[in-house]
Design a protein around this ligand. Sequence first.
Ligand code: FUL
Length: 494
Amino acid sequence: MQDRRSFLLTLPAAAGLNSVLRAATTGPVPFGVLPSSRQLLWHEMEVYSFLHFTTNTFTDKEWGYGDESPSIFNPTAFDADAIVAALKAGGMKGVILTCKHHDGFCLWPTKTTDHSVKGSPWRGGNGDVVKEISQVAAKHGLKFGVYLSPWDRNTPKYASPEYIAMYRAQLTELLTQYGPIYEVWHDGANGGDGFYGGAREKRRIDKKTYYDWPTTWALVRKLQPNAVIFSDVGPDIRWVGNEKGYAAETSWATFEPVGEDGGEASPGNVKTKDSMGGTRGGSKWLPAECDVSIRPGWFWHEKENEKVKSSRDLLDLYYKSVGRGGSFLLNIPPDRRGLLYEADVASLKGFGDMVHSIFATNLAAKAKVTASSVRAKSKEFGPERLLDGSRYTCWSTDDAVTTADVVFDLGHDVEFNVIRLRENLKLGQRVEGIAIDQWRDGDWRLVGEAGSVGSCRLIRTAEKITASKVRLRVTKSPVCPALSDFGLFLDAGA
Ligand code: FUL
């Protein structure tokens, strides 16, 4: 005779029940456009650096005209190891080098032009800044990225089709000779006055058509499939629309770039006022990269040695870039010795130390958590997932539940002034309203709010809060939430 349990399981009704149970524990359906795997890896980096270094360092200029002699590039004590070690001490996860800036001088011995380190007295003309920085970056565990200016004020070829071939040949050298590249940076400043091999004239190009960007981007994909490509319009990372290092208070990873004239956008031709906040419901996953220099200029100038941003200034920008779902790209320019200037190094180290000490301990880590709603009542989507340290597990609710809350019982009074939230980006950027309350005098009181979360949201409270119970509320979301992280931290110096 058939065993009663297996008999039941063969009944159509039981089969139905099984599929209901299975369906109920499946994860939330991803919402909207999603990040690629290379974008997810980039999101995890959060903080990395720029090195602006070229003949400008020696001429005291920001934009070289292109007629500089390579012989002026002669750092007296270039030390890639010291530079990268200082970046690492500041908590940087990667370094992007200006392999060629607008002046056209190449920091590596390219075959495409003589306007390079080959013509410099540095290392007897046998030096290669790209090689030295990329090698020590790998040694110190920092990822390496390349900035290759699309505008070249030195070459006579600029503005002709031959220059596009030269640009792609330069890119090919950079992407094949220096190991893994995590980011390729295409600047939007293109065309204008220049030396152009002695022509000394103004050359305009059509930003929409001249570069044929899709072909260049395809080349990057072929040579370095894991590299994210940055420009005003992506295709992976967007410029945040200012060079001050911050994103909009409410900032979306999705973006619908529009050209200055309302038509198609291209690098150097985008309505930048939209770039700071992105576009809710935009058709592309194009998160913001917030670039800024530690000094007023991008290159080292002696007269700016007293104008280095303080560690606290940098921390404030961290809250306004990483803390708004973007990345923080901080430029620290080498000086004429080929070292980072002492004041810059000290500020950077102070910044790194502060980030490290503030975020070392999640003060909510051991809280008892209770949610008003849990997807299929399953542990897999329980509120404990907010504290497990993974970006890709999450607390979620049933599909029909779009507002819900989680109470964190801390067990004793905890002092904090920074709240961190993350969404599981594999399920898209979902929530549109978040509120945080503290339990005080027998009631819940609001201490912080946010409109967007995404990769990381850092909410600073107006003053330090002391509470033994804290509540997270999802107040607005088009679909069930999928939050992956909740943290409370104390920024003691704020
Ligand atoms: C700008 C350039 O013109 C600046 O010189 C600098 O490289 C900055 C990061 O991008 O568009």
